[in-house]
Design a protein around this ligand. Structure first.
Ligand code: CMC
Length: 431
């Protein structure tokens, strides 16, 4: 942590406290309040952590006002355009762009871990066929703790690395199996001759009865979706993984907790909710009604795929996603997709409306991703599992970083208690 000579002064009841400050490589300075309670006997109050840095990290940086996202310093649009998912995984995990032989070795390692223990197939069969694939993933990923005992010792650096490989490699297999189970088709084993994205498409869409050819352009689009979701610093699910891990829990349990958090519609579940919203709007003439509803304080409806806690400008991932949506639909020969048309007109209508511009609400990564995924053949229920598999490398990288941080402590927020004061128990006959 880079120290500055700056300090902040907090005055409480006429008494002043000097608080140290830290300067990041980029972004606002941070006031260090760790000793505040010990010195002044007060807590800080920040529900939703809108002004609180929970850790120091070297992985990902977001400048929300400028609409910039970087991983290890590299801008996301360059990574999405020039790199590919497994190279980005290496970058997130190790902090630098690999040399060709390092990348090859990494890809081979990930590929060799793609199968799951055969007995784990029984877990899938224990779920109802109509279970949401995210429910299945929470259960099956948590259950990895019961199968891969040789990579649950978090004090062993090599075991941590193996757990990382396993999670990155097996997540597509688990997501694809959850999908196959939900539609009553046989599980498809991974194919090590295919790249990461092509293998996922193969596991989702091939059937034993006939040959399935993975279109390389669709595989590239899939890979780009994985890349765009790979990490996003201390978002809700990543913070959940870090909080779970702070107690010393094993990596599979921590990532299962992250998947559970991601599922909500304010976070990763927004991609499913967004496509469902676009379909419900149906035609551009309905847009004014939905814009009016989104602005109405008495209506809980929000424009899904719009707004972000950190971005107060265009989400750079949304820009790439919009371009990808055009390319994929073009490739598939869909020139008049009604959902894409509604999405584009809704975006335009919102950005012409002072409600959205004044509150700095712009399309986020989830606004266009569902259109691409649907065009590829995925049902809406698979959108969030695809987000989860893409984000696994982010969770794992942040988890590894946390475990090697000498400042790591169990995460234990305090509270502003507003409940009853101390009182005596009243016997039931006297209440
Ligand atoms: N539609 C209409 N109004 C909105 C929206 C929206 N999508 N998002 C925020 N607002 C309004 C909100 O009502 C509030 O107004 P006011 O100040 O008058 O009370 C103001 O904007 C600030 O909103 P907030 O809820 O305090 O902001 P937040 O930082 O707590 O929430 C958010 C961020 C992403 C949860 C929120 O914008 C939202 O619910 N968006 C829709 C869901 C969504 O697309 N989520 C995906 C986020 S990106 C991918 C990911 O993280 O997984």
């Amino acid at each position: 942590m880079a120290d500055t000579t700056k300090t902040a002064t907090l005055t409480i009841d006429g008494e002043s406290y000097e608080l140290p400050m830290h300067s990041p490589t980029a972004g606002p300075d941070v006031v260090d309040i760790r000793k505040l309670y010990g010195q002044a006997g007060v807590f800080t109050y920040d529900p939703g952590f809108t002004s609180t840095a929970s850790c120091d990290s070297t992985i990902t940086y977001i400048d929300g006002d400028a609409g910039i996202l970087t991983h290890r310093g590299y801008p996301i649009d360059q990574l999405a355009g020039k790199s590919h998912y497994l190279e980005v995984c290496f970058l997130l995990l190790y902090g630098y762009l690999p040399k060709a032989e390092e990348l090859e070795a990494f890809e081979t390692t990930v590929t060799r871990h793609t199968m799951i223990h055969e007995q784990m197939h029984n877990f899938f069969r224990g779920f109802r066929r109509d279970a949401h694939p995210m429910a299945t993933m929470v259960g099956v990923v948590g259950a990895m703790s019961a199968f891969y005992h040789d990579s649950t010792d978090i004090s062993d650096e090599r075991q941590r690395e193996i757990a990382s490989f396993r999670l990155i490699a097996k997540m597509p297999t688990i997501a694809a199996m959850a999908y196959k189970y939900s539609i009553g088709q046989p599980f498809v084993y991974p194919r090590n001759d295919l790249d990461y994205a092509a293998n996922f498409l193969h596991m989702c869409f091939s059937v034993p009865a006939e040959e399935y050819h993975v279109d390389p352009i669709l595989a590239r689009a899939m890979d780009r979706i994985f890349t765009l979701h790979a990490d996003h610093e201390q978002n809700a699910s990543t913070s959940t993984v870090r909080l779970a891990s702070s107690s010393g829990a094993n990596p599979f349990a921590c990532v299962a907790a992250g998947i559970a958090c991601l599922w909500g519609p304010a976070h990763g579940g927004a991609n499913q909710a967004c496509l469902e919203m676009l379909k419900e709007i149906g035609t551009p003439d309905q847009i004014p009604e939905y814009i009016a509803r989104a602005k109405d304080k008495n209506d809980p409806f929000r424009l899904m795929g719009f707004g972000h806690r950190v971005y107060k400008n265009f989400d750079p991932r949304a820009k790439v996603m919009k371009q990808s949506a055009d390319e994929v639909l073009d490739l598939l020969g869909v020139d008049d997709n009604p959902t894409l048309q509604v999405a584009k007109e809704l975006e335009k209508a919102a950005l012409d409306d002072p409600y959205f511009t004044e509150k700095k609400l712009f399309p986020n990564v989830d606004f266009y991703s569902g259109i691409i995924l649907e065009a590829m053949g995925f049902p809406t229920s698979m959108f969030t599992p695809i987000f989860a598999l893409s984000r696994t490398v982010g969770w794992v990288s942040q988890w590894k970083e946390q475990l090697s941080d000498p400042q790591m402590k169990i995460g234990r927020p305090r509270q502003l208690y507003q409940g009853a004061d101390l009182r005596d128990y009243v016997d039931i006959e006297n209440r």
